[in-house]
Design a protein around this ligand. Structure first.
Ligand SMILES: Nc1nc2c(ncn2[C@@H]2O[C@H](COP(=O)(O)OP(=O)(O)OP(=O)(O)O)[C@@H](O)[C@H]2O)c(=O)[nH]1
Length: 314
C-alpha cells in the first residue's frame, strides 16, 4: 500500500512537471531576481500566478496574506517569501473536510460536464474503483444525444466489470434515469453512476434536462444519498471555472473530477477551483488508463508541485 501511494506521488510529481515549470520556476526567478520587496516584486508574483491559472480571487488572497506576513514579521529578503507563499497557496485550497460518503452509502451519482472533458472515462475509472472496494455498481447511460456515447460507456462498463442500462441513441434521457433508478432499487445496487449529455440542442435544453433528471431521482428514490460530480478538463484553465459555475446554477455540486492533470501546464486551476468555487476537487485524472483516477489531496498536490517533502511516503 505504501509502495502504491509512493508511486502515485511520484507520478503526480511527474505529471505536474509542466505546471511546475510554469508556476514554480516563475516564482523562483522572481525570488532570485529581486533583492528588495517592493511593488514591482509583488506585481511579478501576481503575474506569475495569473499566468499559471491560479485565478484572480486566489491570486489576490494569496498576495494579501503574503504582504500581511511580510509586514508582521518584518521580512526583507524576497527569498524568505517562498515558504509563506507556499503556505498561503495551501490555505487557499482548504474547503473543509472532503466527504466521500457516497462511496460507502447507497447512492445516486450524477456525473455532468461538457463534451470531451473526460466524463465517460472518469465514470469507467470510478466504477472500477468502487467495484474493487466491493460495491455493487450500475451505470446509467443517459447521454443519448451523442452518437456512440453509449457504446463507449459500455466498453468502460465491461472493462470495469459492472452493468449498464440505457445508451440507445435518441432515446429519452429522463426515461433512462427512471429505468436505471428502478433497476438500482430492484437489484440492490450500492452506487448508481449516471452519465449525462454534455451538449443538447442548446444550453437551456441541457440544463432543463438535468433538472428533470434530478426530479425523477428525488421522486423515485427519496432518501438515497445524492452526489453531483462535475467533470472539468484541467488543460482548459479558466474555462473549467466558467463551466462549473454554469452547472452550479442547476445542480447542487458536491464535488469535482479534474481530468487530464497529467502533463498539463495549467495545473494551477486546481487552486483556483478550490478557492473560487468552494467545491472540493474529489478526484483527479492522471492518465487514460482505468487505474488513473485518484482521490485528490490538496496538501499532497502542493507538495508535489513545489517539491516539498519529496521523500515522504503518502
Ligand atoms: N491524459 C489524459 N487523458 C484523459 C483523462 N481523462 C480522459 N482522457 C481522454 O480524454 C478524451 C475524452 O474523454 P471522454 O471520456 O471520451 O470524454 P467525454 O467527456 O465523455 O466526452 P464525450 O463522450 O464526447 O461527451 C479521451 O481521449 C480520454 O482518453 C486523463 O485523466 N488524462
Amino acid at each position: 500500500m505504501a509502495e502504491e501511494k509512493k508511486s502515485f506521488f511520484a507520478r503526480l510529481r511527474e505529471g505536474l512537471t509542466k505546471t511546475r515549470n510554469n508556476i514554480v520556476k516563475g516564482f523562483d526567478s522572481v525570488f532570485s531576481g529581486y533583492s528588495v520587496i517592493d511593488d514591482e516584486f509583488y506585481e511579478e508574483l501576481e503575474e506569475t500566478m495569473i499566468m499559471g491559472d491560479l485565478g484572480g480571487r486566489a491570486t489576490e488572497e494569496i498576495l494579501d496574506r503574503l504582504k500581511e506576513q511580510v509586514n508582521d514579521q518584518g521580512i526583507c529578503d524576497p527569498q524568505d517569501c517562498r515558504e509563506i507563499l507556499i503556505d498561503s497557496i495551501r490555505e487557499q485550497m482548504h474547503v473543509g473536510k472532503t466527504a466521500y460518503d457516497f462511496e460507502k452509502e447507497q447512492s445516486v451519482v450524477m456525473v455532468i460536464g461538457v463534451n470531451g472533458v473526460g466524463k465517460t472515462t472518469s465514470i469507467g475509472k470510478l466504477a472500477s474503483k468502487l467495484k474493487k472496494q466491493g460495491r455493487k455498481v450500475l451505470i446509467a447511460a443517459a447521454d443519448t444525444f451523442r452518437a456512440a456515447a453509449g457504446d463507449q460507456l459500455e466498453e468502460w462498463a465491461n472493462r470495469a466489470g459492472v452493468d449498464m442500462i440505457g445508451g440507445v441513441e435518441g432515446s429519452d434521457p429522463a426515461s433512462v434515469i427512471y429505468d436505471a433508478v428502478n433497476a438500482a432499487k430492484a437489484r440492490h445496487v450500492d452506487v448508481l453512476l449516471c452519465d449525462t449529455a454534455g451538449r443538447l440542442h442548446n444550453k437551456k435544453n441541457l440544463m432543463e434536462e438535468l433538472r428533470k433528471m434530478n426530479r425523477i431521482i428525488d421522486r423515485e428514490f427519496p432518501g438515497v444519498h445524492r452526489e453531483n460530480l462535475v467533470v472539468l478538463d484541467g488543460t482548459t484553465g479558466q474555462n473549467a471555472l466558467v463551466q462549473a459555475r454554469e452547472f452550479a446554477q442547476v445542480m447542487d455540486l458536491t464535488g469535482i473530477i479534474l481530468t487530464k492533470m497529467d502533463g498539463t501546464a495549467k495545473g494551477g486551476i486546481a487552486v483556483a477551483i478550490q478557492s473560487e468555487l468552494h467545491v472540493p476537487v474529489k478526484y483527479i485524472g492522471v492518465g487514460e488508463k482505468i487505474e488513473d483516477l485518484q482521490k485528490f489531496d490538496p496538501d499532497q498536490f502542493v507538495n508535489a508541485l513545489f517539491d516539498t517533502e519529496k521523500d515522504e511516503v503518502y
